[in-house]
Design a protein around this ligand. Structure first.
Ligand code: PHE
Length: 446
């Protein structure tokens, strides 16, 4: 296939699209509970360090491969490898990325379905006057009902695949444009309210005063995986977006903006959620249900609480929607690159992801007792292994490809900076990011 001529409408559109991919479940759902499970501030510090040392340089590597190749991830990798006289087998890295996003999208759609459920429940005023225990019990009842969960999973995946089938929609640009400011506004409102509660002080201490006593090599693995996940790096998904990047744009500037927005959302969400946790005397290590139990309580305290809560879940839903569209894109692009029509490719991807998603749905009911590995349920495994092992592994290979294998003049042109900027990027990726991923994976897993 020849290089694509399609481009994002403007530099701003590209930044918004990547931000849309980055900001999602990772910031508002995963960040608080994983931080809660890993002891708070020390984890946060590690995660931010990984964003800077690994996330950003590898994100640039990933996008520049797509931009230099201007094809689907598999084809870009194959094409650039051939240009450099290296093995065409590098294209299989694109397939590995597709497998990673396949696994991620399968639970992503299920958890986003919970947002639909909560949105509807809050519009109906179902949370009015409930305490922490009642909200938690309601959530448990929902999880144990496979039919309701399958329904919202189906609905969400359908929403995603229709947009993907229609092509990388320019409509997204407008959506992203509106979404980010609104999301920030509500998060600020929530954090502002949190500042008036008793739990605010303890929440800040918990989030920002690190205690390194509890940090094990495995905590490093969790923090690294989360850095990749939240930035959407390591699965060739951003590579697919890089293919449509405008000709003249500096990649470091673009990803810098994305990272600031992304970490900002997580911090605000963390402050709001942990303030509720400490005000209510809840356990920070509550797990994946954390935000679903805390947010309804937080909003209930505000004037017009039900209204804010509904709006908030609606915004979250839109944020996960833009991320899941990005998750689906590389799979559809790869199939399309092999000659399948876009609509068919989207249908095939949608159906397979839907089936895989049932595993997550059922692991709260029929399969609740099924612990195939490490005494974890299917849901725990699918939310952990692809994020914490496949993404870093994919990111590692992408980094090796971009900084060692592909023609370096093409890499330089695609980074869109001068000579110095390129050298700096190359040195960081070659001598910091690549060894660091290897070190953390080996130390944590062996
Ligand atoms: N970054 C997204 C989030 O935080 C998840 C994601 C991972 C999207 C990998 C694309 C690729 O929710």
């Amino acid at each position: 296939m020849n290089a694509t001529q399609e481009r994002w409408g403007s530099r701003r559109a590209f930044i918004l699209a990547v931000t849309g991919a980055a900001v999602g479940l990772g910031n508002i759902w995963r960040f608080p509970y994983i931080t809660g499970e890993n002891g708070g501030a020390a984890f946060l510090l590690l995660y931010v360090a990984f964003v800077l040392l690994l996330g950003l340089p590898v994100m640039m590597a990933e996008i520049l491969v797509g931009r230099a190749g201007r094809r689907s991830p598999m084809q870009s990798l194959g094409y650039l490898a051939t240009q450099a006289g290296a093995s065409r087998h590098w294209r299989w890295l694109g397939l590995f990325g597709a497998f990673t996003v396949f696994c991620i999208l399968s639970f992503y759609s299920v958890v986003s379905g919970w947002f639909i459920e909560f949105f509807v429940a809050s519009v109906n005023g179902n949370f009015v006057g409930l305490g922490a225990a009642e909200v938690a019990a309601g959530f448990e009842t929902f999880l144990a009902d496979p039919r309701r969960m399958t329904f919202t999973h189906t609905l969400f995946l359908f929403m995603t695949m229709t947009v993907v089938a229609a092509g990388v929609s320019k409509g997204l640009e407008r959506l992203n444009n509106l979404l980010m400011p609104l999301l920030y506004l509500l998060l600020l409102l929530l954090a502002g309210y949190a500042a008036t509660t008793e739990g605010f002080g303890p929440a800040l201490v918990w989030l920002f005063r690190p205690d390194f006593a509890a940090v094990t090599p495995l905590v490093f693995v969790h923090a690294m995986g989360h850095a990749f996940f939240t930035l959407a790096v390591g699965a060739c998904a951003l590579m697919a977006y890089g293919a449509y990047m405008p000709e003249r744009q500096s990649l470091p500037h673009a990803v810098g903006a994305v990272a600031v927005l992304d970490v900002g959302v997580a911090l605000l969400a963390g402050i709001a959620i942990f303030s509720v946790v400490f005000t209510q005397g809840m356990d920070p290590a509550e797990g994946p249900g954390l935000m679903f139990v805390t947010l309804p309580i937080a909003f209930a305290e505000l004037p017009w609480g039900a209204l804010w809560l509904s709006l908030f879940f609606l915004l979250l839903l839109l944020a996960t929607w833009t991320s899941s569209i990005n998750l689906a894109e590389p799979m559809v692009a790869n199939l399309q690159g092999r000659g399948m029509g876009r609509g068919r490719a989207a249908a095939a991807v949608g159906i397979s992801v839907w089936v895989m998603g049932l595993l997550s749905v059922f692991s709260f009911s029929y399969l609740a007792e099924w612990r195939p590995l490490f005494n974890m349920t299917a849901f725990d495994l699918i939310t952990t292994i692809p994020t914490e092992i496949f993404l870093p592994l994919g990111g590692l290979l992408i980094a090796v490809f971009a900084a060692w294998i592909m023609p370096q003049e093409l890499a330089k042109a695609a980074l869109g900076t001068g000579e110095t900027g390129f050298r700096l990027w190359q040195v960081v990726v070659r001598w910091i990011s690549i060894p660091l991923v290897v070190l953390v994976l080996v130390a944590g897993l062996v």
